[in-house]
Ligand binder design. Structure first.
Ligand SMILES: [Fe+2]
Length: 120
């Protein structure tokens, strides 16, 4: 399993194809927002551009909204970032593999909180 911690979706997709058939799963992280492109690539690597965060989504990527909004609108920091404390959504994927370790299935998982729920 490969966790690709990166910002650019194009780089993550290219890396997924580079690894296709050589890893069970390539899962992107870092953006804190789950993407809707979970798939098994042609040679058997399960792939998703970003798993999403395990956090309160009434937030700015998991942080309480006030400070990020201040910084974006006034260009001035007024305090420190603090985690949002509402109910969290746990995000991830369910992956099934064959005897060779290649993926036969990938399903998004989202449980709790504000996001649409998804279970395998
Ligand atoms: Fe990060």
């Amino acid at each position: 399993m490969i966790d690709l911690h990166a910002e650019a979706t194009s780089e993550k997709m290219a890396f997924g194809h580079f690894c296709d058939g050589r890893a069970s799963l390539v899962a992107g992280t870092h953006t804190h927002v789950p993407t809707a492109d979970a798939q098994v690539l042609p040679h058997g690597t399960a792939y998703i551009t970003d798993l999403g965060g395990c956090c309160d989504y009434d937030s700015v990527i998991g942080m309480d909204k006030d400070e990020p909004l201040q910084r974006f609108t006034r260009k001035l920091p007024t305090g420190r970032f603090a985690p949002a404390t509402g109910e969290a959504t746990v995000c991830g994927v369910f992956v099934q593999t064959d005897d060779k370790g290649l993926a036969t299935r990938i399903d998004p998982v989202r449980v709790g909180g504000r996001l649409q729920q998804a279970l395998p």
